[in-house]
Design a protein around this ligand. Structure first.
Ligand code: IPE
Ligand code: IPE
Ligand code: MG
Length: 235
């Protein structure tokens, strides 16, 4: 595929882990483990393809409402995977960033998050945004508060706020908006993912559960993306 036909920024809503486990009569946490494993596979593949930005939705601001046992298992899994990611993605020249309110996570996990961000900061390859305790609405509110604080500090005026300027108050500041958002699992909804940024994203939905999503399915999504005609409101 010609490089120019590749979307610069791809978002993935990694959904369907629980149903994947249920189908196998296994606890949901086993599905999360399989999903985390697949996250590594797909991330490396995306990097190999030359995608510049990949944003993966790992934990939403609403996911805290799940049973404590499941949330606990997810947090442990994040810790294990971040440790591995540190080694793994470093070799692939991937820069890892976190989007979401990571201050809500336990101290040990926060420490690891800071380490991963710092260690991978000099990397020049694909930027991987890990959306953890991320919610699009929370992100927009956070940006609005930060802008209001700048106005109060006398740094700017309310009229100065443009779409371009507001972009700079988001976690994804400086990055292009997602061109393509993929959601496996069969659900066709956005579930609070990149609400501001997805204004003109192409959505591709698959009836595949995330742990079963293969590199070929990413190829398929890119093929579908290529066949779409983007108009951005024009003709
Ligand atoms: C996605 O899989 C992972 C997270 C939201 C953390 P789910 O856990 O939502 O799986 P389903 O949708 O219940 O199958
Ligand atoms: C979206 O999946 C969040 C993540 C994949 C992290 P959910 O399973 O939480 O979304 P809903 O509840 O089906 O909308
Ligand atoms: Mg789900």
């Amino acid at each position: 595929m010609a490089e120019s036909m590749l979307p610069a920024h791809v978002g993935i809503i990694m959904d369907g882990n629980g149903r994947w486990a249920k189908k196998r009569l296994q606890p949901r946490t086993l599905g999360h483990r399989a999903g985390a494993q697949n996250f590594r596979t797909i991330t490396r593949y995306a990097s190999k393809l030359g995608i510049k930005y990949l944003t993966v939705y790992a934990f939403s601001t609403e996911n805290w409402s799940r049973p404590a046992e499941e949330v606990g298992a997810l947090l442990r899994l994040f810790k294990d995977y971040l440790e591995e990611a540190l080694r793994d993605f470093m070799e692939e020249n991937i820069r890892v960033r976190f989007i979401g309110d990571v201050s809500a996570f336990p101290q040990e996990l926060r420490k690891l998050i800071a380490e991963v961000e710092e260690a991978s900061a000099p990397k020049t390859g694909m930027v991987l945004n890990l959306a953890m305790n991320y919610g699009g609405r929370a992100e927009i509110l956070r940006g609005a508060r930060a802008f209001a604080a700048d106005v109060r500090a006398g740094l700017c005026q309310p009229e100065d706020l443009t779409e371009e300027r507001f972009d700079r108050y988001l976690y994804t500041a400086g990055q292009p908006a997602p061109d393509l958002i993929i959601r496996p699992s069969g659900e066709q909804r956005v579930s609070n993912f990149l609400l501001w940024q997805c204004a003109y994203a192409e959505f591709v939905y698959f009836d595949i559960l995330w742990p079963d999503f293969k590199p070929q399915d990413l190829d398929r999504a890119l093929e579908i993306y290529r066949s779409r005609q983007r108009r951005f409101g024009g003709v």
